[in-house]
Structures are given as structure tokens and as C-alpha cells.
Design a protein around this ligand. Sequence first.
Ligand code: SAM
Length: 229
Amino acid sequence: MGKLSIVATPIGNLEDITLRALRTLKDCDVIYAEDTRVTAKLLTRYEIKKPVLRLDAVTELKKAGEIITRLENDEHIAFVSDAGTPCISDPGQRLVAAVRSREALGEVGRDIQIEAIPGPSALTAALSIAGIDVTKFTFLGFLPHKKGRQTALKKITESELPVVLYESPHRILKLLEECVQHRVSDIVIARELTKIHEEVISGTPSEVQKHFVEHPDTVKGEFVVIVEP
Ligand code: SAM
């Protein structure tokens, strides 16, 4: 039976990988990766030797056909993104949808299995140490850069639930300024999770801005922003 494994990988610390993920990467026939160079570091660390082919956001749909053919030939394929859980603000969703829709065609599709190999995600890691009530929350991933950004920010300020965002170091200060302008009350920023410089900064957007002004060396790395309701 052909099998497509969607494998979560570390978001920084290479020890954050499940035994099942390692076994899957060792046992599969081929690994498709968002960036083969990034995945090569993980595979080297765990001495996994396996063919690795690129499948990124641009090539995802184009490569789906090739992958379906392999799955129909009973191959076991693993897909990994650069970090964390594929499909969460990462490629993978269109691949899974393409394989699923092929299954929906009927008879021929019955013998392909799609399995999740769960593991790290910056989303859940940040929520787990935010120290706020996250019984319910809204996840928006990356905000649009231009069109729709102001509308999204307005909705965030009106939200009754915590809103979780992903942000890059290039835009984190811009986002903070926008939070000030939109009178957001409190935010939590989880930076460089699982890495040496991991830190959580919380307070009003102005307080967090002040922190970054005083520690400009911390305006780098990766950020999860949680806007409190
Ligand atoms: N699929 C990934 C996941 O499951 O979290 C997310 C990939 S998305 C392209 C990358 C964004 O996730 C970064 O810009 C940042 O907002 C967040 N992120 C990833 N790793 C992180 C880390 N170690 N610490 C904080 N945020 C992180």
C-alpha cells in the first residue's frame, strides 16, 4: 500500500523529534522536503541516508502528480517542511489535498494511506508557555503584507479570543507599532523557541517596543505573537 507520511520536524532544537518521525524518515523510500539543504542537516544529525527531493510552495502542485504515481506504485513517501508541522503556514496542504482528491475518485484510490506524524509546531510551543488562557484561540499565521492587513488588525483588536500570529524579524517592529496604533491591550511574544536565545516577552505593545529598543540584538530570529483579547 502506498503511504504518504506528513512528518513534523524540530523548530530549532534538533532533539525535538519523535521516535516515530525518525523511524519514518529511516524507513520511507524517499523524502520530499521544502528545502533539501535544511533537511540534510537533520538527516546528517541522525545518520539517515535517504534520497531527498525538493517540494516547495511553488512546485507543490506540479510535483503532486509525480508523488501520486509513486504512491500508486506502493512507495512510502515522507514529506517534511523546513521546521515544525507541514501545512501550518508551510507547504503540504495542496499535496495532501491532491492525494485525497485522487482517493475520492473511487476504487483506484483505496490503497493509499495518508498519515500524520505529529510533533513540534511554533504555534503550540508558544501557547504552552504564554501563561494566558488559551482554552480557545484564533490562529491567523502570517498577516497579509499589504491588502487586507488593516482589516485583519481591526478584527484582531475586536477578537474575544487570543489571536496567534507568525511574524518575521523584518516586520516585528512594524507589527508592534500597528498594535500600538490599534490600541491592542497586551501581547505575548515568544522568540527563538527551543533555541539558545529563547525568550518570552509580554506586556503592552509599547512596553514590548521599549524592550526591543533597549535590546536591539533581540530583533532577530523567529517570532510568535499572541495578542490577548
Ligand atoms: N510549520 C511551522 C510550524 O509548525 O510552526 C511554521 C512555519 S512558518 C514558515 C515560520 C514561522 O513560524 C516563523 O516566521 C515564526 O513566526 C514561526 N516559528 C518557527 N520556528 C520558530 C521558533 N523556533 N520560535 C518562534 N517562532 C517560530
